[in-house]
Design a protein around this ligand. Structure first.
Ligand code: PLP
Length: 445
């Protein structure tokens, strides 16, 4: 065999275009400030496993019960990853099963609904504008069913209290008693506080519902003991593995043993085909990393950084949903400044600060939301500590001020605002300062 043939040549030689884009993306990650709450920088070891020969292998089915030959090594891998997943969250294998095949968080959630519900059964999750996720049953104010969850099942979202920003459990209970869902969901994408799992359980019990937690955002903090564990209260727990858990992009479903068969059948063959084995291998690596004291220290720092960021923004007179945070994220309400979350996101993008616009408590439109969501996991992986996040807060404050000045000149229309960004001296200065600051820190991977 010709060792220099197509199958063994390096990426830069085979595909200089993709290779250049990878290098460009790396530059963007290194010189920018990554504040998207659902992102992280995974390790070199995780990336090595992601790029491994496991990507070549088909293994429909489960360990010991496959539809293809040659799966003896994949079987070992899947069993190892399952064992690590259960151990990381302190779960007794006699009571809990785990499925490590879901391609991502959305398919994981859909597989759970497929397992536990019949088409058009009812579920209740936190509303999108209150911080919930699309997969928890979102439909628009005009009733358009947007996610597959709301297309195939009936959902009645519950909300946070528009004044306090906390989940309104009393109202949730009243609604649940009327609506009588089969499945009650907790966990969210943009909620800065701890969940009251005991209360969720008692509401679920009162209406005969199963309780599911989607801990995608904060599973890393649960693993490290930094946030309360949903497991003692829930029937099913799902997570993505690429957020605070700092692994590859995948999903995981934990369920009580009584649901194991229906959950496994819903994942494969119900909703998926062959598992992505290289990703599963990378997940195994991430789970091993997550079991270390270094990872626990990292999660502690993630929280400390979020608190430092919150305090620094409050000190500058800004408003935060719930007035602060218990977790890895801060919800910054920009309505008092008269600045839309979309303009803040555009301005930050122009300065290589990456965050996302987000609805804040009391908002009605997800497309023109009143705030932004800011998370600390990614930069904490680069070694940022509290003092660094105080500087991040100062850069964000400058970004908001520049955005307001531009808005004063261009008026409220987003298109006019965007046109004014290129070539703006204050934007350029801020971007230079961001690059100089971010470039000083290391980068995993
Ligand atoms: N669940 C929650 C709470 C999320 O925040 C997200 C994504 O942000 C998902 C599920 C979906 O995950 P994925 O994007 O991997 O499908």
């Amino acid at each position: 065999m010709d060792g220099g043939g197509l199958g063994n040549r390096p990426l830069a030689e085979v595909d200089p275009e993709v290779s250049a884009l990878i290098a460009k993306e790396k530059q963007r990650q290194v010189y920018g400030l990554e504040l998207i709450a659902s992102e992280n920088f995974t390790s070199r070891a995780v990336m090595d496993a992601l790029g491994s020969c496991f990507t070549n292998k088909y293994s429909e089915g489960y360990p010991g019960r496959r539809y293809y030959g040659g799966t003896e090594v994949v079987d070992e891998l899947e069993r190892l990853v399952q064992q690590r997943a259960l151990e990381l969250f302190g779960l007794d294998a006699a009571q809990w099963a785990v499925n490590v095949q879901p391609y991502s968080g959305t398919p994981a959630n859909f597989a759970v609904y497929t397992a536990l519900l019949k088409p058009h059964d009812r579920l209740m999750g936190l509303g999108l504008s209150s911080g919930g996720h699309l997969t928890h049953g979102f439909y628009t104010a005009k009733g358009k069913r947007v996610s597959a969850t709301s297309i195939y099942f009936e959902s009645l979202p519950y909300q946070v209290d528009p004044h306090t920003g906390y989940v309104d459990y009393d109202r949730l209970e009243q609604l649940a008693l009327l609506y009588r869902p089969r499945l009650l969901l907790c966990g969210a994408s943009a909620y800065p506080r701890e969940w009251d799992y005991a209360r969720m359980r008692s509401i679920a019990d009162a209406v005969g519902a199963r309780l599911m937690c989607d801990m995608a955002h904060y599973s890393g903090m649960v693993a490290a003991g930094e946030l309360a564990s949903p497991f003692p209260y829930c029937d099913v727990v799902t997570t993505t593995t690429h957020k605070s858990l700092r692994g590859p992009r995948q999903g995981v479903i934990f369920c009580r043993r009584e649901h194991e068969q229906e959950v496994n059948e819903a994942v494969f063959p119900g909703c998926q085909g062959g598992p992505h084995n290289a990703t599963m291998a990378a997940l195994g690596v991430a789970l091993r990393e997550a079991a270390t004291p270094e990872f626990r220290a990292y999660q502690k720092q993630v929280r400390a950084n979020a608190r430092a960021l919150a305090a620094a923004l409050l000190q500058r007179g800004y408003t935060l949903v719930t007035g602060g945070t218990d977790t890895h994220l801060v919800m910054w309400d920009l309505r008092p400044q008269g600045l839309g979350g979309n303009k803040m996101q555009k301005l930050c993008d122009a300065c290589d600060i990456t965050l996302n616009m987000n609805a804040v408590a009391g908002d009605t439109s997800a497309l023109n939301p009143g705030g932004v969501r800011i998370g600390t996991p990614a930069l904490t992986s680069r070694g940022f500590v509290e003092g660094d996040f105080e500087q991040v807060a100062e850069l964000l404050h400058r970004a908001a001020q520049v955005a307001l000045q531009i808005q004063d000149r261009t008026g409220k229309k987003l298109a006019d605002f965007e046109k004014a960004l290129p070539g703006n001296a204050a934007v350029q200065q801020l971007r230079d300062d961001v690059h100089n600051f971010a470039g000083r820190f290391g980068m995993p991977g």
